[in-house]
Design a protein around this ligand. Structure first.
Ligand code: CTP
Ligand code: MG
Length: 178
């Protein structure tokens, strides 16, 4: 449970771009980060990685972390949260978590294009763990990641990610169920 709680800002960062896309939020920011450019004959990241996604994802992570820092005042939440919000600044942690998760996702898209898998096509395991890898690496200097914790996070993500996607698909937020 404490690992789920720890992953929440990154998970929100990962989901927010999909919701923002569905709601056609901030259409002016629906611009591909790679500017439709190609490298080695392939799109750099592809049309699925937009400035809007990056921005709303970071905002979602910061807001989630702010809420967690507020709830930290409550005793029972304090025992659940692996992060000590009296020591760690929620804004910095949230921003680093969101940026890390989204840069992880974007980096995966770069590799995915280079191995000739199109935008939105499934790439099992990589599609699920991209944001987690980015989150763990980016927060390494803020949080003592223990290998056991990372394994638990991987297992949780591999279970929760497909569940979230199926719910998103049923709610017609997501076009595909993966
Ligand atoms: N999205 C976005 N900006 C981001 C990440 C995601 O706008 N930085 C939105 C896009 O509408 C995208 C959707 O969220 O289509 C789903 O995200 P994801 O599954 O990560 O992207 P894919 O479209 O599947 O592209 P890829 O194959 O590169 O992962
Ligand atoms: Mg995808």
């Amino acid at each position: 449970l404490s690992t789920i709680y720890l992953l929440l800002p990154a998970a929100m960062a990962n989901m927010a771009p999909v919701v923002a896309g569905r709601l056609r939020f901030w259409p002016q920011l629906n611009i591909p980060i790679d500017g439709n450019h190609r490298i080695f004959g392939q799109p750099i990241f592809g049309a699925g990685k937009t400035w809007r996604g990056l921005l709303v994802g970071c905002i979602a992570a910061v807001l989630t972390c702010g809420l967690q820092a507020m709830l930290y005042q409550l005793g029972w939440i304090r025992t659940l949260s692996p992060i000590n919000f009296f020591q760690v600044n929620w804004f910095i942690f949230g921003l680093v978590a969101g940026l890390g998760a989204l840069v992880g996702d974007i980096a995966k898209s770069f590799v995915k294009r280079q191995v000739h898998i199109g935008s939105g096509q499934p790439w099992p395991v990589f599609d699920q763990l991209d944001f987690l890898a980015g989150f763990v690496i980016a927060t390494w200097w803020l949080f003592p990641w223990h290998s056991n914790r990372i394994w638990v996070a991987i297992i949780i993500t591999l279970i929760m990610h497909p569940l979230a996607n199926i719910i998103g698909f049923l709610l017609k937020i997501k076009k595909v169920w993966w």
